[in-house]
Design a protein around this ligand. Sequence first.
Ligand code: ZN
Length: 315
Amino acid sequence: MNFTKIGHIVCLTAAGMLAACNGASLGSESGESAQARSAQPIAKAAAQTVPLPQPEPTPASPPGPATFAFDGQLTQGGWIRGQVPAGTISATLGDQTLPLTEDGQFFAAFDRDAAPNAVLSARISDGRVIESQVTVSPRTWNIQHINAAKGTGGGSEAWWKKREPEWLAIRDARAKKTGATGWQQDFIWPVKGRISGHFGRQRVYRGEPANYHSGIDIAPGNGVAFVAPADGVVVLARNGFSLEGNIIIIDHGGGLNSAFLHASKIAVLEGQSVKQGDYIGNIGATGRVTGPHLHWSLMWRDARVDPLLFTGPMR
Ligand SMILES: [Zn+2]
């Protein structure tokens, strides 16, 4: 790092600009060989009476961009989608290996507490590594400071005895890989209505932070039908969980999955494939709630992400 910096400073002083500097440092060599190359054909042409057209050996350069091309919601709780460089064998964002389509499309998402910088890296078939910096803009979260002690939130041995298998079922469902391709789609709202709770909101009890709100709450009324926001496979469809009530989890593939909580009715079965817009359940008030609403959360691997950044504002 320091050497590069010093090198640049020296170059800038000597040559006035970086581009000129890079040229100058290689200048004498590349200049000579360029002269030699341009001189050769002339000599050959003079010697040969019938110059034969030489087939140019074309290097097998795979189609596609020379570096990463990407777009998305480059912010905490957001996502990134794009095209890897031509010839990419595998690509990473930080320590995460990225899902790739056959034509080189990739996807990744940023946790609610993601760091402000990330590096995309591609390993190319010819041995090169191509990197691209991604700036992840921070967000301001709704933090409420409460002058009261944080509750235990259950936690008794009897409570945990019921809770543990539920928790394990959710964890195992979210780890399932179904090969679904919904991760490549633009998401739609599972239902439209008043947003009664935003992603990321957090309460702090006398300095002790509680878990932040992991999804978005939509409250259009009890019994209203909701749909799959993208294609996927139902990996969990269970009734009567302690906190979640009646819960559906859909795997969208590529490490991305949706959970839908508090349903009054579940209209799908585990293992069932669903298309974007398919009816999957009805809004209810099951589990730990104060009123009927749909809690929709999205996870990409271990990252909790904001559904609102996947659908865009409700219209
Ligand atoms: Zn919620």
